[in-house]
Design a protein around this ligand. Structure first.
Ligand code: KIV
Length: 268
């Protein structure tokens, strides 16, 4: 992923929770598969990601890694599974050992520096996650844009640098103003993967169910239904025949060309 950042090629990432989609996403060119704890909401129908257990994350990680041959698989550490560095090491051991993940992701800033250092010292690559932290939704008071105030933006930047210094290999930045994400992507050595963070990040991630229009109600403003777009392209004879794979290819192409996210998907 570092090589992609260094040569300025945007990285395409999607969430993935099972073997069928792991195969499909990989063959459509998705480089990073995130077994997100968003599965609590989009697969289990829960109101938040908080009820997702470590056993469930191990199970879904295993389903994905059985099928993924080339893409890098990142597994989310569920709520409270990394509340201490010791618990984090045990959780990572399961997600990587039993689940087969190549990297683990955790949400939060400076208080996790010791945990990130401990995990990386034991050989567990870490993806940090800053900005909107879905596991802290009750503390944040909702799913809101983060980093609009100067002090919040400064804290996010300081957290990102501290986590990079502690050994994090990637950073997911969720729902922050595009200008902040652009500055961080420039400043950090490690790739920054944005979701609702503008188009100057080193890569993009979306929730698979949003991309395929499977999310009940209205999908987040920063996401896009690529299935509808693929159907429209096929109906006027543009692009390849209509399939789930052509929709995912549409997403990968749009990320690679910089067409996604467009200004209407970006937050200020
Ligand atoms: O769980 C998840 O799907 C995530 C993405 C929103 C980045 O963490």
């Amino acid at each position: 992923m570092l090589a992609l950042k260094q040569r300025g090629e945007p990285i395409a990432c999607l969430t993935c929770y099972d073997a069928a989609f792991a195969r499909l996403l990989e063959s459509a060119g998705v480089e990073l598969l995130l077994v997100g704890d968003s599965l609590g909401m989009v697969v289990q129908g829960q109101p938040t990601t908080l009820p997702v257990t470590l056993d469930q994350m191990v199970y879904h990680s295993r389903c994905v890694t059985r099928a993924a041959k080339r893409s890098l698989v990142i597994a989310d550490m569920p709520f409270m599974s990394y509340a201490t560095p010791e618990r984090a090491v045990e959780a990572a051991a399961r997600l990587m050992g039993e689940g087969g993940a190549a990297m683990v992701k955790l949400e939060g800033g400076e208080p996790l520096v010791e945990t990130v250092a401990r995990l990386t010292a034991f050989g567990a690559p870490v993806c940090a996650h800053l900005g909107l932290l879905p596991q802290s939704v009750h503390q944040l008071g909702g799913y809101r844009v983060q980093g609009r105030e100067a002090a919040d933006a400064e804290r996010i930047e300081a957290d990102a640098l501290a986590l990079q210094d502690a050994g994090a290999s990637l950073l997911v930045l969720e729902c922050v103003p595009s200008a902040l994400a652009a500055a961080l992507s420039q400043r950090l050595r490690i790739p920054v993967i944005g979701i609702g963070a503008g188009n100057a990040c080193d890569g993009q991630v979306l929730v698979l169910h949003d991309v395929l229009g499977l999310t009940p109600g209205s999908a987040p403003r920063f996401s896009k239904n690529f299935l509808v777009e693929a159907a429209a392209a096929a109906s006027v004879g543009l692009g390849s025949e209509f399939s789930l794979e052509s929709a995912i290819r549409g997403y990968v192409d749009a990320v690679k060309s910089g067409a996604f996210p467009a200004p209407e998907h970006c937050l200020a």
